[in-house]
Design a protein around this ligand. Structure first.
Ligand code: NAD
Ligand code: IPM
Ligand code: MN
Length: 356
């Protein structure tokens, strides 16, 4: 039988991006080697802030076209002091999410055994949710204007865009996931204050629920929802929310389930018309970059999401189990997890465990 070749574009990016991604690549290579029926072909692209400082661009003019021929993108982190964040992030990360219509941002918030949790009296099974974050429009639409710059009347307008098409497709994805996994679905919004966007969101969530009478639903306002994530996280299973709320709540999710060094995310174009992108949800962490302190487990978890997406769920679960075993054993972990190992040692240990 001929081997399936999965073509991955690697954009390691800035700061700790290259450090953590190298370990994820090691894990993916080992998985393919052990399996034998498929291979990952990695192609590296040097795009990011350094590239910008040399060329004035975050990626070349034909960069998106180049990426479109890959099966997936594996990304480290983007953004570094010296290049304004709105230029670097809009120019690369948000550009890829947008241009490849990666409208689902799937972010697990799951407290693995052995992972540090700042909440008292919480069992592992109490924190086990999946965020379905809208990833193509909403507060991130990039629409607005900057009027009378430099004058006393200077005014900025940042528009949110909520289309019926955009809301329906993200909610359909979330309802289908909840149905498939026999889980509850919670929508998080803010209809009491955002009288257009979030009233519309709530209305579509309710309308669409009529097609899913088997799915138990809840609807919370975002302020109370954040409070319950800390006070009573077990009430959440599948969660659907807008782009900005999802961004904020998943960092909170990371905080209650082990920290930024563990939180992973997948940017999916579910129809597979375009490549999907897998990444840790943390940034380039300039405060620890270049010191071998960065935790690569988030990027390894996102590699596990990639394996799931390509129909290799047994391997996806195996990789997640390896992460959990390492957290339980506490032998080879980075400082953020209370350990003394380097980024590379953590990656090597994950590979060693896969070989066992
Ligand atoms: P950050 O996620 O980079 O860092 C926040 C804190 O978490 C820091 O103290 C950092 O040391 C720690 N941290 C993050 N990842 C870690 C890891 N793997 N192991 C151990 N500790 C880790 O967020 P920030 O400081 O707000 O942003 C830094 C830069 O990254 C900015 O330019 C920002 O725009 C960008 N950013 C990029 C992405 C991305 O590329 N996906 C995501 C978030 C922020
Ligand atoms: C994330 C990041 C990005 C976001 C930034 C860097 C634009 O914080 O992936 O969570 O807000 O989506
Ligand atoms: Mn974020």
């Amino acid at each position: 039988m001929e081997k399936e070749h999965i073509k991955i574009a690697v954009i390691a990016g800035d700061g700790i991006g290259p450090e953590v991604l190298a370990e994820g690549v090691k894990v993916l290579k080992k998985v393919a080697e052990l399996d034998g029926t498929f291979a990952f072909d990695f192609t590296y692209f040097p795009w990011g802030c350094e590239y910008y400082l040399k060329t004035g661009k975050m990626l070349p003019d034909d960069g998106i076209e180049t990426l479109s021929h890959f099966d997936a993108i594996y990304l480290g982190a983007v953004g570094y002091p010296g290049v304004p964040d709105h230029i670097s992030l809009r120019g690369l990360l948000l550009r890829i999410r947008h241009d490849f219509d990666e409208y689902v941002n799937l972010r697990p918030v799951k407290l693995l055994k052995g992972a540090p949790c700042p909440l008292a009296g919480v069992r592992n099974e109490d924190i086990d949710m999946v965020f379905v974050r809208e990833n193509s429009e909403g507060e991130y639409a990039g629409a607005g204007s900057w009027l009378y710059p430099g004058t006393p009347r200077e005014t900025v307008i940042q528009d949110s865009v909520f289309s019926r098409y955009g809301c329906e497709r993200i909610m359909r994805y979330a309802y289908e996931l909840a149905r498939k996994e026999h889980k509850t679905l919670t929508s998080i919004s803010k209809g009491n204050a955002l009288n257009y966007s979030m009233v519309f969101w709530d209305q579509i969530f309710k309308e669409m629920g009529e097609q899913y009478p088997d799915v138990e639903t809840h609807s919370y306002l975002v302020d109370a929802a954040s409070m319950f994530m800390v006070k009573d996280p077990k009430r959440y299973q599948i969660v659907v929310c807008s782009n900005l709320f999802g961004d904020i709540l998943t960092d909170l999710g990371a905080a209650i389930s082990g920290g930024m060094g563990l939180a992973a995310g997948a940017n999916l174009n579910p129809e597979r018309k375009y490549p999907s992108m897998f990444e840790p949800i943390h940034g380039s962490a300039p405060d620890i970059a270049g010191q071998g302190k960065a935790n690569p487990l988030a990027s390894i978890w996102s590699a596990s999401q990639m394996l799931d997406f390509f129909g290799r769920k047994e391997w996806g679960s195996r990789v997640l189990n390896v992460i959990e075993e390492m957290l339980v054993e506490k032998r080879v972990l980075t400082p953020d997890m209370g350990g003394r190992a380097t980024t590379r040692e953590v990656g090597d240990e994950a590979v060693r465990k896969l070989e066992e």
